[in-house]
Write a protein that binds this ligand. Structure first.
Ligand SMILES: [Fe+2]
Length: 340
């Protein structure tokens, strides 16, 4: 019997409401896995002209970061693609600088289109090429610039929601537009990217100190695996980016992946508690998420919400980048998966 059908219980509910109390028994049955986020896709063909328009309408100086945020249609006003993950497409024109700042949230970049741009992190500039995954660890000074001759677009992924949830969202501007270059490009790769670590290295933070994971190496690894054995029933050939200092995820909150789906691949239904933001690096295919079907093409971004079954199919060889909050869920003991 609910409060609505029991006048005395209803009276209790209304009287304690004035004391900011509510009966748990009226709420607890509603709790279940999954979030309010819904499946969503941003098609490059539609998105790209608007990115170019934004580049005409506002400078990086005015905008600080010229980004079109990818907001989940069910999370209007949140700025987030899933309940825990931010996603945005950032464009920078030749000669532009996106000024130096730092913030509590960790950030990742996945380069979508164009060459010649860099991200500088703590004094080291990292060149960005399509398909590269570039890290910006929490509270690291960072700025972006484009030294090339074409616009460069990348996908930004941040764990902003975690900083917000904990009331720990700090940010700060650097006094100058660009931070001084204090380390040569390739320094982080030399220290952390060759299956070696500096002899007395102790991790400074929780995120990977390796600032760049070039696509060339990732793609080669996936392609070799695709020739060597059978694919996973749901994921094809999927690798996760690791923090070379710990073997764990690249960020304390976000897990980051790249997967290869061979032409003709049809995956089994799969779901997990980590909602995902995917970005298509190469190839054409489709994803069924519950009753929703999206055909995808290169540079499209789509969201698979937490605990929704999804199934991947490849019309041609496909390479999919993705990030989720699995690192945080594993650390806290919440993560689960299920194959249909
Ligand atoms: Fe930033």
């Amino acid at each position: 019997m609910t409060a609505a059908t029991n006048p005395k219980r209803e009276q209790l509910s209304s009287e304690i409401a004035a004391l900011n109390m509510k009966p748990l028994w009226e709420r607890v049955m509603r709790l279940k896995a999954g979030t309010a986020a819904v499946p969503a896709i941003w098609r490059w063909q539609q998105v790209q002209p608007h990115l170019m328009r934004s580049a005409e309408l506002i400078t990086t100086q005015e905008a600080e970061r010229r980004v079109l945020m990818l907001e989940n249609p069910a999370l209007n006003g949140s700025t987030f693609a899933t309940t825990t993950l931010y996603a945005g497409l950032q464009i920078i024109l030749p000669g532009e600088i996106a000024r130096t700042h730092r913030h509590a949230p960790n950030a990742l970049r996945m380069i979508v289109e164009g060459e010649g741009a860099y991200t500088a992190v703590d004094g080291e500039r990292v060149s960005m090429r399509p398909g590269d995954f570039v890290t910006t660890p929490n509270w690291a000074w960072h700025d972006h610039g484009n030294l090339g001759s074409e616009p460069v677009v990348w996908l930004d992924g941040l764990d902003t929601a975690f900083a917000n949830l904990f009331g720990a969202h700090f940010r700060e501007d650097y006094p100058q537009e660009s931070q001084p270059v204090s380390r040569a490009e390739g320094d982080a790769v030399a220290r952390y990217g060759a299956n070696l670590l500096p002899v007395d290295y102790r991790p400074q933070g929780r995120a990977s100190p390796l600032l760049s994971y070039p696509y060339e190496r990732t793609r080669e690894a996936l392609q070799r695996l695709a020739k060597a054995g059978e694919p996973h029933a749901s994921h094809g050939y999927k690798l996760r980016y690791s923090n070379p200092a710990t073997g764990g995820h690249a960020f304390p909150t976000m897990a980051v992946f790249m997967q290869w789906l061979p032409k003709g691949y049809s995956g089994h239904n799969y779901r997990a508690t980590d909602g995902a933001v995917f970005c298509v690096v190469e190839g054409h295919g489709s994803v069924n998420i519950g009753d929703t079907r999206f055909d995808f093409a290169p540079h499209d971004v789509f969201v698979v919400p937490s605990w929704e079954f999804y199934q991947l199919k490849a019309e041609s060889d496909c390479v999919l980048f993705s990030y989720t909050d699995r690192a945080a869920q594993e650390a806290l003991g919440f993560w689960r998966e299920e194959c249909d």
